[in-house]
Design a protein around this ligand. Structure first.
Ligand SMILES: *Cc1c(COP(=O)(O)O)cnc(C)c1O
Length: 234
């Protein structure tokens, strides 16, 4: 099943790239493995997957210890400041930075370990009450502040689009995130680069790619439905 799912997602990514005149290499697939046991990730690893996305600090750290060291881990979930120490140095990219206080804590931990942390700024484009992320109007100030942190490199923006029946409904959300990234790039701020647009999940990654996504985060489409009754990853 995993093999067929991966092939299907690959095919859809390729088609979306072709439709929008983009190269397949411009889009990175992140296999969102949250709640899935390490054995399932191993199976995906054997099929060639090297980039996994997790949304819980403890779960990421546990899987990091269990699985091969050439895996690139992406933190995609909401982060608490006191837990940063468990994942700094283990993650290739943190997608979910949504406050200066959090960025400050990442800066401190990265400095302590003499490394530079790559992050994305999470934006709540659609303004949903239930979602984390900065509002678009808060971005300018955030960028000015975060560009002062020498141990942080901002690589781009991330958004979690609303759940919709028809993925076309999210097209304006993706287009908006892209526009925000163009505006920020034009500021040429220190330590700020806008090469990454992390947007699109199982339900809508094709549309996200058409609107410029450079990273899509696909869970269910690869691993099947998540069973939250079986997980203790709270
Ligand atoms: C779970 C999750 C995904 C993947 O969702 P699917 O709909 O299963 O593809 C993507 N991004 C984030 C931030 C997530 O928490």
């Amino acid at each position: 099943m995993l093999k067929e799912n991966l092939e299907h997602v690959e095919e859809e990514i390729l088609k979306a790239c072709e439709r929008s005149g983009r190269l397949r290499e411009e889009v990175t697939l992140i296999a969102v493995s949250k709640t899935k046991p390490a054995g399932t990730l191993e199976e995906a690893y054997r099929l060639g997957v090297r980039i996994f996305g997790e949304n819980k600090v403890q779960e990421l750290a546990e899987k990091y210890d269990l699985l091969p060291k050439d895996i690139r881990w992406h933190m995609i979930g909401h982060l608490q400041r006191n837990k940063i120490k468990y994942i700094i140095g283990k993650t290739e990219l943190i997608h979910s930075v949504d406050s200066i206080r959090l960025a400050e804590a990442i800066e401190k931990e990265a400095a302590k370990r003499k490394l530079t942390a790559d992050i994305l700024i999470e934006v709540n484009v659609a303004g949903e009450e239930s979602k984390f992320g900065l509002r678009p109007q808060e971005l300018d100030e955030f960028v000015d502040e975060v560009s002062k942190f020498p141990h942080i490199r901002v690589k781009g923006l991330m958004t979690i689009a609303p759940y919709v029946e028809n993925p076309e409904e999210n097209r304006p959300v993706f287009a908006h995130l892209r526009k925000l990234s163009v505006d920020i790039a034009a500021k040429n701020a220190h330590n700020i680069n806008m090469s990454v647009l992390s947007m699109g999940m199982t339900n809508d990654y094709q549309v996200a790619i058409e609107e410029g996504a450079t990273m899509v985060r696909v869970g269910t489409g690869i691993f099947g439905a998540r069973d939250y009754t079986q997980t203790n990853a709270g």
